[in-house]
Design a protein around this ligand. Structure first.
Ligand SMILES: C[S@@+](CC[C@H](N)C(=O)[O-])C[C@H]1O[C@@H](n2cnc3c(N)ncnc32)[C@H](O)[C@@H]1O
Length: 391
């Protein structure tokens, strides 16, 4: 570690959804800079121990290959498994000291230096905010996020609540109609680790929650919102998060058909386009919706329904080339039971592969600028771990 990293980190409460894995050595590079839900070796180990789902194979493979570089790998699998399980259970009981360390703040992501396994325990426990120690440079950038435009917009609108959460300590206790994370996890789980810069169009983006999260993951994101007040909040959040997201104000019906997007999000918005009663004739807003989808969706449409899910599914499957529907989960919010899934032009696995190719997977997309002196993060070394590297 460089000089800066020998200074004690400052502890902040931070949203778990903004935490990304740190830079791993070459053998584990696929797990570098990914959201916790995509950190498969660690997540699968935590699920295996706490929920008895699956096993420790992926984490074992990770520990051995990563440690191969230091010549310090675990030798006896049984002994190693017992130690891993003990550690995970201890974290699950609230063993907090020292808190996980964030080494870098980049593209509004908090990138871990240490504490991966612990963060995955918190994730599986359903926590949304955690205490983390931020290194000096990360702390000064994190605490300097500009809040004035947002505070002004919220005051002018006399806004008390939001549809989705705002990822800033000042708004941690504000009401939001939807938690956000359940759907974010479904999306992140479906997309997998993102490399390169695929494009996404977020229809009815509201205050931009998903546009911003996908931009943090490297997407070239455009949010479309017709409501002026939501749009104003989204624009001030863009400034606060410092993210390069294009926001377009107006009805989706008028969004220009100039290019196809790798991914389109239509979450809880297409119900606005359904006729008041089910109808065999395609007309009015429903017709415009399917024409827009046909023109704008490249590989994948990620969708959440209103209360008439099967009518929305029929409308899209019958009237666009997006004929393959895959249900990812059942969600609920604002008193409505909803369906959450994806529409693709080809079978879903082929569509994901196409999307990854389009994003330039493997070509090394935008990565954080980190000091090259940074040591490999935690859990790389063989157990028992040194005290300074708790997980
Ligand atoms: C229930 S909210 C869902 C917000 C966001 N998609 C989410 O799921 O978190 C629906 C959003 O779609 C917007 N909306 C409704 N009709 C629209 C249209 N024709 N064009 C663009 N946005 C629209 C609304 O203003 C609102 O912000």
């Amino acid at each position: 570690m460089g000089m800066a990293n020998s200074i004690r980190p400052t502890v902040y409460k931070v949203p778990l959804d903004l935490i990304f894995s740190g830079p791993f050595p070459a053998a584990s590079a696929p797990w570098s800079e990914v959201p916790l839900v995509n950190l498969e070796p660690h997540m699968s180990a935590v699920r295996a121990v706490l929920q008895r789902r699956g096993g420790l194979d992926a984490y074992w493979e990770y520990a051995r290959t990563s440690a191969g570089q230091t010549g310090n790998g675990p030798a006896d699998r049984r002994v190693w498994e017992e130690e891993v399980a003990r550690r995970i259970r201890r974290y699950a009981r609230g063993w907090m000291q020292p808190p996980p360390t964030v080494g870098w703040y980049d593209r509004d992501r908090l990138i871990l230096e240490d504490g991966h396994l612990r963060c995955c325990v918190y994730k599986v426990q359903g926590k949304s905010w955690i205490r983390a120690g931020l290194r000096p440079d990360a702390a000064s950038r994190w605490s300097a996020r500009p809040t004035e435009p947002l505070m002004r917009a919220v005051a002018r609108q006399k806004r008390k609540s939001f549809y989705t959460p705002i990822d800033h300590e000042l708004f941690r206790r504000r009401k939001s109609s939807r938690k956000g994370t359940d759907r974010l996890d479904l999306i992140r789980g479906f997309l997998g680790p993102i490399r390169g810069r695929p494009s996404v169009l977020d229809v009815g983006c509201n205050i931009g929650y998903y546009s911003f999260h996908l931009a943090r993951q490297g997407f070239d994101a455009v949010g479309v919102e017709s409501d002026a007040q939501h749009f104003e909040v989204a624009a001030s959040l863009r400034q606060m998060y410092g993210l390069d997201v294009e926001l377009w104000q107006g009805p989706f019906e008028s969004y220009p058909r100039t290019r196809r997007f790798d991914v389109v999000l239509g979450l809880t918005v297409f119900w606005h386009f359904l006729p008041p009663e089910p109808s065999p004739d395609l007309q009015g807003p429903a017709r415009i919706l399917v024409e827009q989808l046909e023109a704008l969706v490249g590989h994948t449409l990620i969708w959440e329904s209103g209360s008439r899910a099967s009518e929305e599914i029929d409308l899209i499957c019958r009237n666009t080339g997006l004929r393959h529907f895959t249900l990812l989960g059942e969600t609920s919010g604002t008193g409505v039971e909803r369906k959450f899934g994806v529409f693709t032009r080809v079978p879903v696995n082929e569509a994901v592969a196409q999307m990854r190719r389009a994003g330039g997977e493997g070509t090394g997309g935008p990565r954080a600028q980190m000091p090259s002196s940074s040591a490999a993060p935690d859990a790389v070394s063989a157990l028992p771990t040194p005290a300074s590297r708790a997980d």
